[in-house]
Design a protein around this ligand. Structure first.
Ligand SMILES: [Zn+2]
Length: 334
């Protein structure tokens, strides 16, 4: 123990008349009480304060990610951005809302944070590898059993010049995904049946509804003619391919037929009419599909053309995560 600490403990001994070893026990108890959240300096300061002493305040140390537990207030964290999502926009009543998700890392783990509305401006020019400092953040239990950071109106977020190392990705898995029945897009492989929570981050398709010849499954022309079978009553085939983002990673994903209808909450005929003269990305934006979170089940398959893995989606269920987070923030601000 350094001289400063020894001197401070001596001061507490003098003031309280207790034995040196009893004070040490109190300090250790204080450290245990805060489960590694206070340094030895901090514990000495707190014990001193309880004894009525005005010891020099310890330098505030920033929290490490592994020490963040749900419902902590006044979190100060310096961490590196390891993932930044696109900005998603949505409508809430008359107002336009936007949100983006960051995954932050330090030497002890990773944590995600959703940045809402005006706060998006403060981070939109940042990129991965940038280090940011968060002051007065709050932590909550998010989906997948992961702990998330939340900003309140009293929080600050800004770029920092500090150098931060992050953990090796392999060590992060169990930290960020505590619920093992769920999957992380970081760890998936071919033939995995996965159940994830995430958002549609982008789409590739120009068209969602395709008309196919019922005989040969080839596309028909606008007048429902098959090149081989002539005039037919086409079968509708629905496809949306794009990328799914679960906050930890991305995967190419394909929604077919029923999964497309569940995603859009519309039937094939309706989708066909809605998308007739509209660009698909604009259509999905207007339908607020990019602003929603979904629980998605499917199987990982190798794309025969590109050789890359893609998720073939069977089941889609919408989640109301955004509302949940906003309600939590309101609670805090009361
Ligand atoms: Zn045909």
């Amino acid at each position: 123990m350094d001289d400063k600490k020894t001197a401070q403990i001596e001061e507490i001994v003098q003031k309280t008349g207790l034995k040196h070893e009893d004070i040490l026990k109190q300090i250790e108890a204080k450290e245990r009480e805060f489960e590694g959240l206070v340094s030895r300096d901090g514990a000495i300061y707190m014990i001193g304060k309880e004894a009525g002493l005005d010891l020099a305040k310890p330098k505030v140390e920033n929290l490490k990610i592994k020490n963040i537990v749900p419902n902590m207030r006044q979190i100060n964290l310096v961490a590196k951005i390891i993932f930044i999502s696109p900005i998603r926009t949505f409508k809430k009543g008359d107002a336009d809302g936007k949100v983006l998700n960051l995954t932050l890392g330090d030497t002890t783990g990773t944590i995600s944070i959703s940045i809402w509305n005006e706060d998006v401006e403060k981070v939109k020019d940042l990129t991965t590898e940038d280090v940011i400092e968060i002051k007065n953040g709050y932590s909550k239990n998010g989906y997948l059993g992961k702990i998330e950071l939340v900003l309140t109106s009293r929080s600050e977020i800004e770029k920092s010049d500090e150098m931060i190392d992050t953990q090796e990705p392999a060590q992060q898995k169990s930290k960020t995904y505590r619920n093992t029945t769920q999957h992380s897009l970081k760890t998936i492989k071919e033939f995995d049946n996965v159940k994830i929570k995430g958002c549609l981050a982008s789409v590739y398709e120009k068209k969602i509804v395709h008309n196919l010849c019922p005989e040969c499954r080839k596309k028909t022309d606008d007048a429902n003619n098959c090149q081989v079978h002539g005039k037919v009553i086409p079968t509708k085939f629905l496809i949306i391919s794009g990328t799914i983002d679960d906050g930890q990673g991305r995967v190419n994903a394909v929604f077919f037929n029923d999964a497309v209808e569940s995603l859009l909450q519309k039937k094939a005929d309706e989708i066909e009419i809605d998308t007739k003269n509209t660009q698909i990305t604009k259509y999905l934006t207007d339908e607020q599909i990019f602003a929603k979170d979904f629980e998605i089940e499917g199987t990982i398959k190798k794309n025969r053309l590109t050789g890359s893995e893609e998720l073939h989606i069977r089941v889609v269920n919408e989640l109301n995560i955004g509302t949940e987070i906003k309600d939590n923030i309101k609670e805090l601000e009361v």
